[in-house]
Each structure stands twice: as structure tokens, then as C-alpha cells.
Design a protein around this ligand. Structure first.
Ligand SMILES: [Ca+2]
Length: 148
């Protein structure tokens, strides 16, 4: 009887498979954006017990993670977030302690651009827009002056 139980346990453990983590598709973001990283496509033959998200590359001061222990992570990039690639790693664990990890990259761009394609040094958005208005106004004056 004990022998059967032993064989059953051994068979069960042998067929227990590790989970497969899926951190979702790469996506773009802009400073000031809230985005959701989806880890719920991760699978396991028995069931995933824990989800754990971490920022593994990027500027830590430019990221706020709301719920790093949930399948779907809410990420907020503050208005002054730095441009660049932010890599997030999702680690999933099943009830047997087997685990897997997957990464996803969020590319943040646009922090210092006030008009599409216009970069004015390292100015903040408000100053940039003000300078653009001054430049446009000055251009109109010049054009008007030339027409006389
Ligand atoms: Ca499993």
C-alpha cells in the first residue's frame, strides 16, 4: 500500500511542470502616462500562486508601480519622467515553488518635446511652448515687414 502511495507521489512530482511567464508585448509611453502591463497570460499546469513585478532596467525615480504583486501591473510615469527604455520583469511561481520569469520593455519618449519633432534643448514643456509662440509671432512679423 505504501509502495503505491510512493509511486503515485513520485509520478505526480515528475509531471508537475514549471509555470510559463508572459509579461506581454513591448509598448510605448509618454511622461504623465498610466499604463497597464498584463501578466495574466502566464500559464501553469496546476495554477500560479504568486506574481511579482520589478523594474530591472531604467530610471527608478521615473516610475511608480502601483501593485507589483498582482497579475496586471499599473505603472505611472510622472510628468518629469526621463526618456528611455524601461525593462520590467515578471516572475511567476506555482504551488510547488517552480518559477519562470519574462521581461517587457516600455519605451518612454516625448518628455522634452513640446511640438512633434521639435526639441528645444533641455527645456521643460511650458517654456518650450512659450518659446515656440514667440518664434512663430516673430516669424509672422518678419514676413509682414518683408511684404511692404
Ligand atoms: Ca506547475
Amino acid at each position: 500500500m505504501l509502495w503505491w502511495w510512493f509511486l503515485l507521489t513520485l509520478t505526480f512530482n515528475a509531471t508537475e511542470l514549471p509555470p510559463i511567464a508572459d509579461a506581454g508585448e513591448a509598448q510605448p509611453a509618454q511622461p504623465g502616462d498610466d499604463i497597464i502591463l498584463t501578466g495574466e497570460q502566464s500559464t501553469d499546469d496546476v495554477g500560479i500562486v504568486t506574481y511579482s513585478w520589478a523594474l530591472t532596467d531604467g530610471h527608478p525615480g521615473s516610475v511608480i508601480m502601483q501593485n507589483p504583486e498582482e497579475p496586471n501591473l499599473l505603472v505611472s510615469f510622472p510628468a518629469d519622467a526621463e526618456d528611455g527604455d524601461y525593462e520590467f520583469t515578471l516572475t511567476v511561481t506555482d504551488s510547488s515553488g517552480l518559477f519562470d520569469a519574462d521581461t517587457v520593455v516600455v519605451t518612454v519618449k516625448g518628455g522634452k518635446t513640446c511640438i512633434q519633432g521639435v526639441h528645444l534643448f533641455e527645456l521643460d514643456r511650458k517654456t518650450c511652448i512659450a518659446l515656440c509662440i514667440v518664434w512663430l509671432t516673430a516669424s509672422i512679423w518678419v514676413l509682414q515687414a518683408r511684404s511692404f
